[in-house]
Write a protein that binds this ligand. Structure first.
Ligand code: RET
Length: 283
């Protein structure tokens, strides 16, 4: 019979309280989370105020999907700050962080700190962003559903990449699957929806938001690859701030620009009239 080694037994389980306190003990990491909870809350109030008088059903649907973005964000960052959606992962052989340990409550614990809750909540926030963009472009249900389902697949396979601890190669295989799904989303954004937006008369605002989205979204897999999940050149606090800053622009600045347009061009969004400058620009 195989007896367990006493050394293995010494490793005590890490509790949620340990992780909550770990976050508080790292000012860089803690600020990257708490600052975003506050920003998401303020944005949510501002967006409710901006959109409360909208009447057109399509404009209201865009507003609702945009309001979902900071709502999910408050929940996402609360999950991370509380330690609920953070974990200690022991990386597989061949990974840059193989054999790493982290100080939790004054004791070294094998593994690295992973803020995996982000990838989970992106599966809710990014579809809301795409729904708003697809509606703004006046697109059909097929291409909106295509973009959203591949986007959800991108987030969940990205989560799988982060949480796979059995094989280094399979972590990157998950990453590759996630990138393939991302490519579908980028294709819809860059090729399909611009045509629809031109027809709907929302080309100028759509093209601005499309560029903002594509450029910022490409940075997420780059941060993933450089952070602790990937080749581990960025420490946890820096990785977290990188995502937090991307979130501020990709979510709050994006949402503000979109809502400002929708509230001042409600009739264009409703399909009653064409947005004259962009319609002539499309000719
Ligand atoms: C991962 C890793 C695997 C490869 C790819 C990724 C893409 C993530 C993206 C995230 C966008 C998030 C946003 C959040 C706002 O709430 C999962 C990092 C392709 C594009 C905009």
């Amino acid at each position: 019979p195989v007896t367990e080694s006493p050394v293995a037994l010494q490793q005590t389980a890490v509790t949620q309280t340990d992780l909550f306190e770990y976050v508080l003990g790292d000012p860089l990491l803690a600020s990257s989370l708490y600052v975003n909870i506050a920003l998401a809350g303020v944005s949510l109030l501002l967006f409710v105020f901006m959109t409360k008088d909208l009447e057109d059903p399509r404009a209201r649907l865009i507003a609702v999907s945009v309001l979902l973005v900071p709502t999910v964000s408050v929940a996402s960052y609360t999950g991370l700050a509380s330690g609920l959606t953070i974990g200690i992962l022991e990386m597989p052989a061949g990974h840059a962080a193989e054999g790493a340990s982290v100080m939790i409550g004054g004791e070294p614990v094998d593994g690295v700190v992973s803020l995996w809750g982000r990838y989970l909540t992106w599966a809710l926030s990014t579809p809301a962003i795409l729904l708003a963009l697809g509606l703004l472009a006046g697109s059909d249900a097929t291409s909106i559903i295509t973009a959203i389902t591949f986007d959800i697949a991108m987030c969940i396979t990205g989560l799988a990449a982060a949480l796979t601890t059995s094989s280094h190669a399979l972590r990157w295989f998950w990453y590759f699957i996630s990138c393939a799904c991302f490519a579908v989303v980028v294709y819809v954004l860059l090729v399909k929806w611009p045509e629809d937006a031109a027809a709907a008369g929302t080309a100028s605002i759509f093209n601005t938001l499309k560029l903002l989205t594509v450029v910022l979204w490409i940075a997420y897999p780059v941060v993933w690859a450089l952070g602790v999940e990937g080749i581990a050149v960025l420490p946890v606090g820096v990785t977290s701030w990188a995502y937090s800053l991307l979130d501020v622009v990709a979510k709050y600045v994006f949402a503000f620009l979109l809502l400002r347009y929708v509230t001042t061009n409600e009739r264009v969004v409703s399909g009653d009239v064409l947005d004259v400058p962009s319609a002539s620009g499309a000719l």
